[in-house]
Design a protein around this ligand. Structure first.
Ligand SMILES: [Zn+2]
Length: 364
């Protein structure tokens, strides 16, 4: 039983994506064939689009769909199960087997590659490690963004940083990932939750997800503004300035400027009393940074990375689905634009031009 799918293919040479009809082989022993309902559209795909490549590339790494066939070694899902596709192994600690990235034979005889999965297609064929079974009542469209955006933003708060009730958080960049971080900060009871962005509309949108204060970095210095919002009386740093800054500052963008701002934005250490706060890099960096090493040293700050929000999909996705159900993270609000697969180049342009307020999806 072969399946014909419509797949968005990025050509080897520079140029727009094309929709190609591809005949999938039967799933290999550890593969799952999924008919997809929706896929997220992620910023990291822009990096893939702009990077040179040795082969045609198929894109996308978060989706919701239904299993239509599986290899004989796959036991955690059955035909007919509702599932989510993600780019992180569903639970690597339960297996010694390493997941295998899919390659796809195209009709012109070339072979397309992907990072590890592809979801910009009406069907996908992926290693079983990237497939998470979810409950039957799961919404089939907006949940597609759990597999990257929600996991990355919310996981950074929950797992990488481990933010606790009453701790202060600043989130730089409130797109799909940043808004998920803001919502998770609210769930754990962080206060204040400061959203930082260049766009006033995005900032007021962030208040709907739990931001208690906003800073427009196109109008004021975000570090100064955050320090003013968080100054603590009676505590002083090594230089005898009042302790100020957030307990955690997350950079959900990965630009040089924001990667450098999150360190001075976190709380200085109270000299002789307690260490400083933690800067968390969440967005994909494309450059090196220069950090003020003296600030890191005397204020006993930490600078750490958060990759995929330190999530274990099989453990964490049910939690995020529950947040959606209870309204703690309303994915219907977070998904602000929908495209068909035929609009793929339009979607990429909208992403590139910053026209997507929350997160966009493809619906198949
Ligand atoms: Zn992503």
């Amino acid at each position: 039983m072969s399946t014909t799918a419509r797949v968005a293919v990025l050509p080897k040479e520079k140029g727009p994506l094309a929709i190609v009809e591809v005949t999938f082989p039967d799933p290999a022993p550890h593969q799952v064939l999924i008919k997809q309902y929706a896929s997220g559209i992620c910023h990291s795909q822009l990096h893939q689009i702009h990077n040179p490549r040795a082969t045609p590339v198929v894109l996308g790494h978060e989706s919701t769909g239904v299993v239509i066939a599986k290899g004989n070694e796959v036991i955690h899902v059955q035909e007919g199960d509702l599932v989510m596709v993600t780019w992180v192994p569903r639970n690597q600690s339960t297996t010694d087997r390493l997941a295998v990235a899919t390659t796809l034979n195209l009709p012109d005889g070339s072979t397309a590659t992907c990072q590890n999965v592809f979801t910009w297609a009406d069907h996908t064929l992926v290693d079983e490690q990237y497939v998470v079974r979810v409950s039957e009542e799961t919404a089939r469209d907006v949940t597609a963004i759990i597999g990257c955006a929600v996991m990355t933003g919310a996981g950074a708060i929950l797992h990488t940083a481990g933010v606790k009730k009453g701790e202060s958080v600043a989130v730089f960049g409130v797109g799909g990932v940043g808004l998920s971080a803001v919502a998770a900060a609210k769930v754990v009871g962080a206060d204040p939750i400061i959203a930082v962005d260049l766009n006033e509309e995005k900032l007021s949108f962030a208040r709907r997800f739990g931001a208690t204060a906003t800073v427009n970095a196109s109008k004021e210095d975000p570090v100064k503004a955050i320090r003013q919002l968080t100054e603590r009386s009676g505590l002083f740093d090594f230089r005898q300035r009042p302790v100020a800054g957030v307990d955690y500052a997350l950079d959900c963008i990965g630009l040089k400027v924001t990667m450098e701002q999150i360190l001075p934005a976190v709380r200085s250490g109270a000299f002789g009393v307690s260490p400083g706060g933690t800067a968390v890099l969440v967005g994909v960096p494309l450059t090196k940074v220069e950090l003020i090493a003296g600030d890191l040293l005397v204020n006993e700050k930490k600078y750490m990375g958060s990759f995929a929000g330190s999530c274990i999909p099989e453990r964490d996705f049910p939690v995020f689905l529950d947040w959606h159900k209870t309204g703690q993270l309303n994915l219907n609000d977070l998904v602000t634009q929908r495209f068909t697969l035929d609009q793929v180049n339009e979607a990429v342009l909208a992403l590139e031009k910053g026209r997507i307020q929350g997160r966009a999806i493809f619906e198949f």
